[in-house]
Write a protein that binds this ligand. Structure first.
Ligand code: SAM
Ligand code: SF4
Length: 321
């Protein structure tokens, strides 16, 4: 079992398989980075798999593939199948912007993917295009519907921003409810890569908007999820991810690995340790030792909710969110 320096059990590995992306979301990567990580620095799926196997042996039970945009990486379904074949009980999930999903949803499902989270910030084509800086909505919706059709469990992620899509919270909630999807609203996390003009909504703002139309109650917190869930009077459950709240990190159960092989203990801070050379040279015991060291020093909490919150300089497209 993996335990961090604050006594938290860590059983969730998030792997960002690429930092590259086909969107330029204003809250994440509004401009193409000055340079991409050189291809030769990116770990192959074979190398990543060596680490995944060992971390499953150490107690990881949930693996999520993310990015950048993970569907830009060729043969993602092969990587999924490797993990599935090693241990079919692993909770194997993917986070995607959905743009390329339609044509690959079935392959992903057949490879062993169980769940998929798709980012959907707007149901209005022009607003979606303003956020992603590209005309994306139709392809994203086609991808979401195909994922549903092939039997993947779909969850939607939405980042409400003032004067951009805050008037769509109820529409997004109702769309998700109608289609049988879960939805989570994510508080915008300030970071130095995002467009500087953006203002996020707090969890309270989001709840106030939903309360204009629905009565709802808090569901006691499931510590394995970063979201606080609520249930409406008609029985629909929605979540809000509240990184600005003081107790948000108390049940953090995750560790992140980047495409370049950096282990990242917290989304807010710059700390990272490379396991690339260890993995490439086959020293998997060494990589697991490094993992344990990183976990021993995992920060207790982020700084989004504190008075000395300066924007984090960690890029979401690198860490995978
Ligand atoms: N490209 C994929 C996608 O957009 O779903 C996966 C990577 S993306 C970095 C993962 C998640 O991080 C998305 O749900 C996105 O909305 C969220 N995200 C990115 N930047 C964020 C920010 N500044 N604040 C809150 N959530 C953010
Ligand atoms: Fe790309 Fe996802 Fe970041 Fe948008 S949030 S720029 S889709 S990585």
């Amino acid at each position: 079992m993996l335990i961090d320096g604050h006594g938290r059990k860590v059983d969730y590995l998030r792997i960002s398989v690429t930092e590259r992306c086909n969107f330029r979301c204003q809250y994440c990567m509004p401009e193409k980075p000055f340079s991409w990580v050189p291809k030769e620095n990116i770990l192959s799926f074979e190398d990543l798999f060596k680490f995944v196997k060992a971390s499953i042996d150490e107690g990881i039970t949930k693996v999520r593939l993310t990015g950048g945009e993970p569907l830009l990486r060729e043969d993602l379904d092969h990587f999924i199948k490797m993990i599935y074949d090693y241990n079919p009980d692993i909770d194997l999930a993917l986070t995607t912007n959905g743009f390329l999903l339609k044509n690959v949803a079935l392959r992903l499902k057949e490879a062993g993917l169980k769940r998929i989270n798709v980012s959907l910030d707007s149901l209005i084509p022009d607003v979606a295009a303003k956020i992603a800086q590209k005309d994306v909505l139709k392809d994203v919706l086609d991808g979401i519907m195909e994922a549903k059709k092939v039997g993947l469990k779909v969850k939607l992620n939405s980042v409400p921003m003032k004067d951009i899509n805050d008037n769509e919270i109820l529409n997004l909630l109702e769309f998700a409810n109608q289609e049988g999807f879960a939805i989570r609203f994510i508080e915008f996390m300030e970071n130095s890569h995002a467009s500087s003009s953006l203002k996020g909504l707090t969890s309270k703002d989001i709840q106030d908007i939903i309360a204009q139309k629905y009565n709802f109650e808090k569901i006691p917190r499931d510590t394995s999820s970063p979201a606080q869930y609520f249930v409406t009077e008609n029985g629909y459950e929605f979540g809000i991810i509240e990184p600005h709240l003081d107790d948000f990190c108390a049940s953090c159960n995750r560790i992140r690995l980047t495409a370049e092989g950096f282990l990242i203990p917290c989304l807010y801070f710059e700390d990272a340790m490379s396991i690339r050379d260890l993995v490439r040279s086959g020293d998997i015991d060494g990589a697991i030792e490094a993992l344990k060291k990183v976990l021993a020093n995992k920060p207790e909490k982020n700084k989004w909710g504190t008075n000395d919150n300066t924007d984090s300089s960690r890029a979401f497209y690198e860490t995978g969110g």
